[in-house]
Design a protein around this ligand. Structure first.
Ligand code: SAM
Length: 248
């Protein structure tokens, strides 16, 4: 291989190590909101790792209320990518260029989310950023963190095509008697569990082709170490049936 070829290869290929790992209530892709800040009760952590686990890297970061997290879509990475994808916002049956979407199936499986920074804690030489509003799977590798800077990052009159409006969180969420008893058992451990379940289900996590349709299927979703079963009982009401602990 010629010298110039080597140089091109070096320029076009990059290797990054994770600087942090996400701890999130979302244990599987199903029911994760499609963007951050739709579920404010979703609280998680960025646990800094390797050489980045050094409190000096985050000195003064608490001056910023929000952060950009750049991460790897590790849960779908092995499935590769496609030039055309079907965004759920278009009902899941219209194809669009992958770079015109926030799809996970991109040439470089890199995601970006703005999250709220609640606090930074360093204990026993472990630095942890506590965040909320995240849309990330548990275990997501973080490759960079940057402060969110509204004067430049927020363009309030920007055109956003098919994603102009925030998706409606239109469903009402009710808890069965059994689910209320279950909730009481777990709220000591997860104080905002009811709110988290409500906010997640209000988004209607069902696949795009089921949106706006009745459905008698019983669904299960995983939050923390819990399995939550629920069912749509009217076009706009979800009933939480029960909450059980999953043995890991
Ligand atoms: N806010 C990010 C962005 O715009 O790059 C992510 C948007 S993407 C549409 C959000 C979805 O990614 C979530 O609903 C979840 O299903 C999926 N997701 C989150 N973390 C993931 C991970 N580590 N691996 C694969 N998929 C993930």
């Amino acid at each position: 291989m010629s010298k110039s070829c080597d140089t091109t290869d070096e320029i076009q290929s990059f290797k990054f190590d994770a600087i942090g790992i996400i701890e999130s209530p979302y244990q599987e892709k199903f029911a994760i909101p499609r963007q951050p800040n739709l579920v404010s009760a979703a609280k998680g952590k960025v646990v800094l790792v390797g050489e980045a686990n050094n409190h000096e890297l985050v000195r003064d970061i608490e001056q910023f209320s929000h952060l950009w997290l750049l991460f790897v879509f590790h849960g779908t990475q092995e499935q590769g990518w496609k030039p055309l994808v079907r965004p759920p916002r278009l009902g899941g049956n219209v194809k669009t260029g992958v770079l015109a979407t926030r799809s996970t199936f991109r040439p470089n499986p890199i995601g970006m989310s703005v999250v709220k920074l609640d606090k930074v804690v360093t204990e026993k030489q472990q630095t942890v950023l506590h965040i909320s509003g995240l849309d990330l799977l548990n275990g997501t590798p973080i490759i960079d963190i940057k402060p969110y800077v509204p004067y430049s990052d927020a363009i309030i009159d920007a055109d956003a095509g098919f994603a102009q409006q925030q998706p409606e969180a239109g469903l009402t969420v009710e808890f069965s008697k059994k689910a209320q008893t279950d909730l009481a058992q777990y709220t000591q451990k997860y104080s905002e569990l009811a709110l988290l379940i409500e906010q997640v289900l209000a988004q209607d996590p069902r696949p795009a082709y089921k949106q706006g349709k009745t459905d008698d299927k019983i669904y299960g979703m995983s939050l923390y170490d819990l399995n939550i079963q629920w069912q749509l009982i009217t076009l706009d009401t979800v009933l939480v049936l029960n909450i059980t602990q999953v043995n890991k």
